[in-house]
Structures are given as C-alpha cells and as structure tokens.
Ligand binder design. Sequence first.
Ligand code: GLN
Length: 204
Amino acid sequence: MLLPERIGVVGFQGDVSEHIDIINSIRRKGGIDVEAVEVRKPEKLDGVSGIIIPGGESTTIYKLTQNYGIYDRIKSMANDGVPVMGTCAGLILISRETNDERVPGMGILDTEIRRNAYGRQINSFIDNIKIDEIGDFQAVFIRAPVISSPGRSRVMARRGDEIVMVRQDNIIGMTFHPELTRDTRIHEYFLGLMEREGYISSGR
Ligand code: GLN
C-alpha cells in the first residue's frame, strides 16, 4: 500500500494546527493523498514532500528552529527542490533580507521584507486580492510584513501596489494567512508543486 505523502508543518508557535487541519481536509475531501505532520526535531523532516512555516512571531520561530537544528536543514532541503511555503512570519524566515538582525532569513526566496510594516493603526485587516493561477482570494493580514523587493521571485499577487505573494520555483511565500480561511486553494496550489510540477524530495 502506498503511504500518503507527508507535509511537515514547523510546529513551535503560531498557526500550526490551522495549517495541519487544512492539509488534512484536502485529503478528506478526496484531493491529493497527503498527511500533515508537526515538525520540531530534525528526524521529522526525513522523507517529507513539502514544508510549511506558519505565521506567528518570526523572532521566536527563528530561535526555536535554530535551537532544534532544523533551520539549516530546511534551507538545504529547499535548495534540493523540496517545496516550501512560508506564511507571514514564515515568509520572513525564508526571505533573503529581513532588515532585522534578530531574524536572519534563509534566503531561499530572493525577497526583501519589512516586518510589521503596517504600523499600529491598521495592523490587522482582511482584503480581497487576485492571485495568479488561483483567482480571487480573501486574504487575512495580521501584523503583516511588506515585501519591499521580490528580487528574482515572481509576483503572484498584489494588494494595490504592494506585493503580497511570490513564488520562486519550489518556494512560495505570502504576507497573509491562507490557513485562517476555509479556502483551501493556496494549499492545494502548494501541493500541486509536488504533484503537477514534479518538485519532490523524499528519500522514501
Ligand atoms: N509580525 C510578525 C513577525 O514579524 C508576523 C505576524 C504574523 O505572522 N501574523 O514576526
């Protein structure tokens, strides 16, 4: 019997269970045969076919991924072609330039970021955006960063002039939280990187 592909969700802090629930709901509704696993220790990354770094507090997630020894591991798996998705704080962690020495980015996305760029007045809001290859999407922004430069990554969505979602080969990142809506399309698109486009890791 074929085992489902495993998607590792970095599980220290933030919207961990929301990502796990969305991935598992895609499987339940008859989509791609995947199972989400919470990742803290490096062994949990063995054989995963994709990695999600959730939103939360990037300084905390950075420290814990370093302490547990998975920061460099995720970086090298990404460089080997394993799909990685970073949402909000997760995007900060995978960017090239975070402009904050407390959160050195992995640089697996060529983006430059400004953390907490919306300031206090409007630090959380919901807005409708249009995403390439996906369509209209209700995006939830919570103390979101801004992508000040996409570098070599391809812009997939904007909100007005701001870049809010990008892709660079096997890596996608967004400043909002697709795991906080019931809409599974971004996660399905992410799983499609391995299914349709053949980005796959595994050692299994
Ligand atoms: N403001 C957070 C940070 O810089 C990110 C917010 C989020 O992930 N919702 O880490």
